[in-house]
Ligand binder design. Structure first.
Ligand code: FES
Ligand code: FES
Length: 155
């Protein structure tokens, strides 16, 4: 076992884990952050997306040890009570989800998009979200919500 200190959602959290523990295992299984979801396990679906220093990454493909010394954000790091983050408000308003399995990863990717490309066009949004799959096929509603969040941020 190795001991890691992960900076998650603004706090240092100690993790004792095997050397090859993945970031999703450390976040979900050790730290109990259940918004980080496993889908494919091979970097394709985006369900396990977290932000590392503000950039979306697949936590299923990242060793926990590689994340030490970086800022990690999971959905638990966004507000859980009103006032919610404008992205959360937009997804609620437009019902940008059905089962919501994909939603934590998508919300975090959209957060990175707003920070990275505040004037993103629809094509740029689709390109940015290409790594986040929604098996329910809620893409039309997701696009509506992202447009709303971009507009809200520009106000
Ligand atoms: S579970 Fe990580 S990309 Fe699918
Ligand atoms: S809302 Fe069900 S997978 Fe996206």
């Amino acid at each position: 076992m190795i001991h890691l200190t992960l900076h998650v959602n603004g706090e240092d959290r100690g993790v004792d884990a095997p050397p090859l523990c993945t970031l999703i295992e450390a976040l979900r299984d050790v730290l109990g952050l259940q918004s980080v979801r496993e889908g494919c396990g091979i970097g394709v679906c985006g369900a396990c997306t977290v932000l590392l220093d503000g950039h979306p990454i697949s936590s299923c493909l990242t060793l926990a040890a590689m994340a030490e010394g970086h800022d990690i954000l999971t959905l638990e790091g966004l507000p859980t009570l009103p006032p919610l983050h404008p992205i959360q408000e937009a997804f609620i308003k437009h019902a940008g989800f059905q089962c919501s399995y994909c939603t934590p990863g998508i919300l975090l990717t959209v957060k990175a998009l707003l920070d990275d490309r505040p004037n993103a066009t629809d094509d740029e949004v689709r390109e940015y979200l290409a790594g986040n799959l929604c098996r329910c096929g809620s893409y039309v509603k997701i696009m509506d919500a992202v447009r709303e969040a971009l507009t809200a941020q520009r106000r």
